[in-house]
Design a protein around this ligand. Structure first.
Ligand code: NAD
Length: 351
């Protein structure tokens, strides 16, 4: 079924997925195909109410349109959200059925991993469609773990944000990193190699200890990291790290990190601006991962990935400069820029 809904502006195309035998119950949402196939991962999560799964798919698909356009990728935005079956279930059957559903869309939607799904699931999907990324990397081609690319993009964005605000390199600058998992730890290593000082916090004390030994980072409690004496705060754990309390506690003048959906509420972009804090919008700086996943689907090389990731720094600087000049919150500037890019590349050339 392909239907349209008016729950969001603009109305969003979606396909409801139901295959009782395979345990498949979900939705593929297609927000935009203006720049190319709607690309966005497949989330598997326990949603008691199907309406919640659908709302999440719409919200996430819209977010992918902004992220893909901003990253300069020839892709639109989409997302698949599957309801995790209760109890034991046949994972192979579920993802094979999902692969058949993706194939029916004939390339309008490209899937990959997201929360709750992994490489082995995408290999099941790939038995039925070629419109899938996030598989095992082939020699010489892009693919594999996107985290190092995400960390590099955040690092490049942070360098530019620091240069803009302080006129200096990262050497001697203190960065407070919340969450030192795949991306956070990678970022911390890049920062340490560049001469930055680190303060770190994570719910996993062993991760903190290992990284502190490697990089000389100081470890603080999670509820102390926002108030740490640092020039930059890098949220690299889960979403929603910037809530009213955290923003009020911040001592850093720059926020630049990998986590998705960092603002717990939209008004916090204005609160950050009112406090004189430069917020580098999350989807601009953390695009390295999607750039790598997209390159895998597009058959590009690791060098092409590096080229696109290295553009994240100057792009972040341009957004922060425009925001300052116009007295606007950087997320507003970023969204306007992304919206202007949500047209076909041919139309952009003609403009
Ligand atoms: P990860 O699971 O490897 O690391 C997350 C870390 O955060 C872990 O060390 C975990 O212990 C810690 N953590 C979880 N909850 C916490 C809390 N309440 N307080 C402090 N620490 C907490 O994940 P990742 O791949 O490093 O991704 C980190 C963030 O970046 C996520 O928000 C993710 O959506 C986003 N992101 C990741 C990529 C990527 O390429 N991996 C790309 C874009 C965005």
């Amino acid at each position: 079924m392909v239907a349209r809904t008016s729950r969001m502006m603009p109305p969003m195309e979606y396909v409801r997925l139901l295959d009782e035998d395979a345990g498949l119950d979900g939705v593929i949402a297609i927000h935009s195909t203006a720049r190319g196939p709607a690309a966005g991962g497949c989330r598997l999560w326990s949603y008691p109410d199907p309406a919640d799964a659908m709302a999440d798919a719409f919200r996430l698909a819209e977010g992918m349109s902004y992220k893909n356009a901003m990253a300069g990728l020839p892709l639109g935005g989409g997302k698949a959200v599957l309801r995790r079956p209760a109890g034991e279930f046949d994972r192979v059957a579920l993802f094979e059925a999902f692969g058949r559903a993706v194939e029916k869309l004939d390339g309008r939607y490209v899937t990959a991993e997201d929360v709750g799904t992994g490489v082995s699931d995408m290999e099941c999907v790939a038995r039925h469609t070629r419109h899938v990324a996030g598989r095992t990397a082939l020699p010489g081609l892009a693919g594999g773990d996107p985290s190092p690319w995400t960390a590099l993009g955040v690092f490049e964005a942070m360098k530019e944000a620091v240069r803009l605000r302080h006129g200096s390199s990262l050497s001697g600058v203190t960065v407070a990193v919340l969450g030192v998992g795949n991306v956070g730890a990678g970022l911390a290593r890049l920062l340490a190699a560049d001469g930055a000082r680190l303060v770190i916090a994570d719910i996993d004390p062993a991760r903190c200890d290992r990284l502190a030994q490697e990089t000389g980072a100081s470890i603080v409690a999670i509820d102390e990291i926002a108030g740490a004496d640092a020039q930059v705060f890098a949220p690299c754990a889960l979403g929603g790290a910037l809530d009213d309390a955290t923003v009020a506690a911040l001592r850093a003048g720059i926020v630049c990190g990998a986590a998705n959906n960092q603002l717990a509420a939209p008004h916090l972009a204005e609160v950050l601006m009112a406090r004189g804090i430069d917020y580098a919008p999350d989807y601009v700086v953390n695009a390295g991962g999607i750039i790598n996943v997209a390159a895998e689907y597009l058959g590009e090389s690791a060098e092409e990935v590096r080229g696109r990731v290295m553009q994240i720094g100057p792009r972040t600087r341009a957004i922060l400069e425009t925001a300052k000049a116009g007295n606007l919150p950087p997320p507003v500037v970023a969204d306007r820029m992304a919206e202007s890019l949500m047209v076909s590349p041919a139309a952009l050339e003609e403009a």
